[in-house]
Design a protein around this ligand. Structure first.
Ligand SMILES: Cc1cc2nc3c(=O)[nH]c(=O)nc-3n(C[C@H](O)[C@H](O)[C@H](O)COP(=O)(O)O)c2cc1C
Length: 219
C-alpha cells in the first residue's frame, strides 16, 4: 500500500471540504448582509428643490428650469447645466445668474421653460421680472431669488456645473419670520425627482434639529 499517495489524497480532500465550507458560509453571510437590492449606479439624491435659472441676453432675460442644484460649504451653491443649453453662454459671458425658487404658484411657467430651449423659442416674456442690484433678472412671482456670481465652473462630460457665490437674496416678506429668517413653513419649494420625472410637495415638520435624544436608549 502506498501511504504517501493516500496521505496526499486526504490532505487534498480536507482542503476541498474546507474551501467549500468557507464558500458556503460566505454566501450565507452575504445573503444576510444584502437585504436591499443593488440597482447599480443610480442617481438617487432626490427629491431636490426646483429652481428657474435666469440670465440676461443683452436687454432680455432667458430662463431655464433646473433640478440639479446643491450646496457647497456655507457660502456657495452649485447649478448643474447641460453644456448644450442656450442659457450657458449668457451665464459665462456675464458671470452672473439668478436662482429663483419654484413654488406651486409658478410651477406651470417653470415647467414650460424646462420644456423648450431658447435656441428655438424666445422665453424672455414668460415671467414678469425686474433687475436686481447685481443685474440679474428677478422673477416677480418667485417667493425667493438669489443673485449669484460664477466663482468657478466644474466640467464633466456634457455638463457645466457653475459654482456660485450668493450676492443678494430677495424674499417675499410674508416668508420671513419675526427673527428675519426665511420661513420654510410657508415658503414651500416644489421638489423634483429624476427617476420617474415628477414634482413633489415639501413635507411636514417632524422636529427641531438637535432636539432628539443623543442616546435613543435613554427614552
Ligand atoms: C423638472 C426638470 C428639471 C430639469 N433639470 C435640469 C437640470 O438640472 N440641468 C439641466 O441642464 N437641465 C435640466 N432640465 C432641462 C432644461 O430645463 C431644458 O432642457 C431647457 O429647455 C433648456 O433651456 P435652454 O436651452 O433655453 O437653456 C430640466 C427640465 C425639467 C422639466
Amino acid at each position: 500500500m502506498n501511504h504517501s499517495y493516500f496521505g496526499k489524497r486526504w490532505i487534498l480532500s480536507s482542503f476541498l471540504l474546507f474551501s467549500i465550507t468557507v464558500l458556503l458560509t460566505g454566501c450565507e453571510e452575504r445573503k444576510v448582509t444584502f437585504m436591499k437590492k443593488n440597482i447599480g449606479s443610480a442617481l438617487a439624491l432626490y427629491p431636490a428643490p426646483t429652481v428657474v435659472v435666469g440670465a440676461m441676453n443683452g436687454d432680455k432675460p432667458t430662463w431655464t428650469l433646473v433640478g440639479h442644484v446643491g450646496i457647497i460649504g456655507h457660502d456657495k451653491i452649485l447649478v448643474s447645466l447641460a453644456s448644450a443649453h442656450y442659457i450657458n453662454q449668457f451665464i459665462k459671458k456675464s458671470g452672473k445668474l439668478s436662482v429663483n425658487i419654484v413654488d406651486e404658484g409658478i410651477l406651470s411657467e417653470a415647467d414650460y421653460v424646462g420644456s423648450v430651449s431658447g435656441t428655438k423659442v424666445d422665453k424672455s416674456e414668460v415671467f414678469a421680472y425686474e433687475l436686481g442690484e447685481a443685474g440679474t433678472p428677478i422673477i416677480h412671482k418667485a417667493p425667493l431669488t438669489m443673485e449669484c456670481s460664477v466663482a468657478d465652473v466644474y466640467n464633466t462630460q456634457g455638463f457645466e456645473s457653475f459654482i456660485c457665490s450668493i450676492d443678494n437674496t430677495y424674499v417675499e416678506e410674508e416668508h420671513l419670520n419675526e427673527a428675519g429668517k426665511i420661513n420654510y413653513h410657508t415658503l414651500k419649494p416644489v421638489l423634483f425627482e429624476f427617476p420617474t420625472y415628477e414634482y413633489l410637495k415639501t413635507g411636514d415638520v417632524i422636529g427641531k434639529c438637535l432636539s432628539f435624544k443623543k442616546n435613543p436608549e435613554e427614552a
